[in-house]
Design a protein around this ligand. Structure first.
Ligand code: NAD
Length: 480
């Protein structure tokens, strides 16, 4: 049995319609809260991939020839349709990921719609430059790249698909999107919505599969660009495959981001930021502030308040709007997170929050705060991707900055202080692609998002994303 709310008409969406090929490897999607199978699908075969590439190529040629304002209108219509279906899309996302409906109603399809609307608005504003050269002159044209490949992670499936599709399509590209095999469903809904909004068949195709499907596409000569959201090890493989064909790449990878809380910070807002910057989406957010550096003067007050707040978290049925914390995405992922919790204790960190009562099921884990964490502990060095917070203490600003930067990652960082000069001085020294001052994990579409160091390169969102989905042509005009 599968869930009729979730089982799609077919595994893939190619050339404007659902496409099935049962010769592909079978796999299933489960509702993490209960472990029930909600949908059965098949990975793409070579025939599905060929059909996706062929239809994307012809749709891209047609799409790139449209007036940009017309392309923008399609994206904005898609945003409107997504908003009217937000409830159903949110339920689908909750069933596929296990994230509470209180989150998916506001952060998933809603953020996807914002992104389609934003890039729909930008489409008609993308222009080149006029360059006077005396008698002669030159101009630049901003041109699409061609057929782009998007590869998604499982934590924000429809948001990731939209964050990649919207700028790609606004610039006149087509996109083939491969969702994570763990959460394959909502990208299919986005594909259907784009067709309803007027996109040509083939412009946004969804093909399912595991890593091999992504690898086959990333190395395909017809792919002009690859944008991956995933882990650092996968990023290395995908960037390597793309480099073989000198393809453009955007890499949105993992992190071990610091939050620096100075003595003069507003305690309540710093605690809330650390709490939700670690436990939202049950800790499965790339930019989470998983190393919380707290200055010694407020360390105890911070830990006391954090423990009170953690004890009050509402864990339970993800489909109940009062629930704040759901399960992890799968039992297998729970095992990885549980290993980190055991290791943190073995390496000498102090657990300052007791385990909370959990519903039955294999994917549930209690949020936990560890204090007394040192820089060399595994918990301070490796991405856990679960609700496990490490609190470290520091004495001086210089020390905090040096230790915050002492990681291979560079995705995000936060600073909490009432001293504005210090806030900007510290942010300027932090090696992170996205920084927040007296806020955390807010990612409005207007603001570029992306990583430094091993956390990746390229940017999503904001005008900056346009640079990563288009190329410049310079034209010299001789007037003699
Ligand atoms: P993952 O790296 O295991 O998989 C990501 C995607 O890559 C999946 O679709 C997978 O099928 C595909 N893939 C795997 N091997 C491949 C290969 N050789 N070639 C092509 N594709 C391949 O990541 P995950 O477990 O799905 O997601 C969690 C990770 O994603 C975490 O590290 C997290 O930090 C990161 N993440 C980053 C961001 C960001 O914006 N920076 C956002 C969300 C998640």
């Amino acid at each position: 049995m599968t869930d009729p709310r979730c089982q799609p008409a077919a595994s893939h969406f190619v050339d404007g319609r659902p496409l099935e090929d049962t010769a592909g490897t079978a796999f299933e999607s489960r509702y993490p809260a209960t472990g029930e199978v909600i949908a059965r699908l098949h990975a793409a075969t070579a025939a599905v991939i060929d059909s996706a590439l062929g239809s994307a190529r012809s749709a891209q040629a047609e799409w790139a020839g449209l007036p940009p304002a017309q392309r923008g209108r399609v994206l904005r219509r898609a945003a409107d349709i997504m908003r009217t279906r937000n409830r159903a899309l949110s339920e689908l996302e909750t069933l596929d990921t296990g994230k509470p409906i209180s989150e998916t109603l506001v952060a998933d399809a809603a953020s996807g719609a914002d992104c389609l609307e934003y890039f729909g608005g930008l489409a008609a504003t993308l222009t080149g430059e006029h360059i006077p050269l005396g008698r002669d002159w030159a101009y630049t044209r901003r041109e699409p790249l061609g057929v782009c490949l998007g590869i998604g992670a499982w934590n924000y499936p429809i948001q990731i698909a939209s964050w990649k599709a919207a700028p790609a399509l606004a610039c006149g590209n087509a996109m083939i999107f491969k969702p994570s095999e763990v959460t394959p469903l909502s990208a299919l809904s986005l594909a259907g919505i784009l067709i309803e909004a007027g996109a040509p068949p083939g412009l946004f195709n969804v093909v399912q599969g595991m890593g091999e499907t992504g690898a086959a596409l990333a190395a395909h000569p017809d792919i002009a660009k690859v944008s991956l959201t995933g882990s650092v090890p996968t990023g290395r493989k995908v960037a390597g495959a793309a480099a073989g064909g000198l393809r453009h790449v955007t890499m949105e990878l993992g992190g071990k981001s610091p939050i620096l809380v100075f003595d003069d910070a507003d305690l309540e807002s710093a605690v809330e930021a650390a709490l939700w910057g670690n436990f939202y989406s049950t800790g499965q957010i790339c930019s989470n502030g998983t190393r919380v550096f707290v200055q010694r003067g407020i360390r105890q007050a911070f830990l006391d308040r954090l423990a009170q707040r953690t004890a009050r978290l509402r864990i339970g049925d993800p489909l109940d709007e009062a629930t704040e914390i759901g399960p992890l995405v799968s039992a297998a992922h729970r095992e990885k997170v549980a290993r980190h919790v055991r290791l943190a204790g073995d390496e000498g960190a102090t657990r300052v929050t007791p385990p909370l009562a959990l519903p039955d099921g294999d994917a549930w884990i209690s949020p936990v705060v560890f204090a007394g964490v040192t820089d060399t502990m595994t918990l301070a060095r490796e991405e856990v991707f679960g609700p496990v917070m490490a609190v470290l203490d520091f004495a001086t600003e210089d020390e905090a900055v040096a230790r915050a930067n002492a990681t291979e990652f560079g995705l995000a960082a936060g600073v909490f202080t009432r001293d504005l000069a210090r806030a900007h001085r510290v942010v300027a020294r932090l090696q992170a692609g996205t920084c927040w001052i007296n806020a955390y994990n807010l990612t409005p579409v207007e603001m570029p998002f992306g990583g430094m160091k091993q956390s990746g390169f390229g940017r999503e969102n904001g005008r900056a994303a346009i640079e990563h989905y288009s190329q410049l042509k310079s034209v010299y005009v001789g007037m003699g």
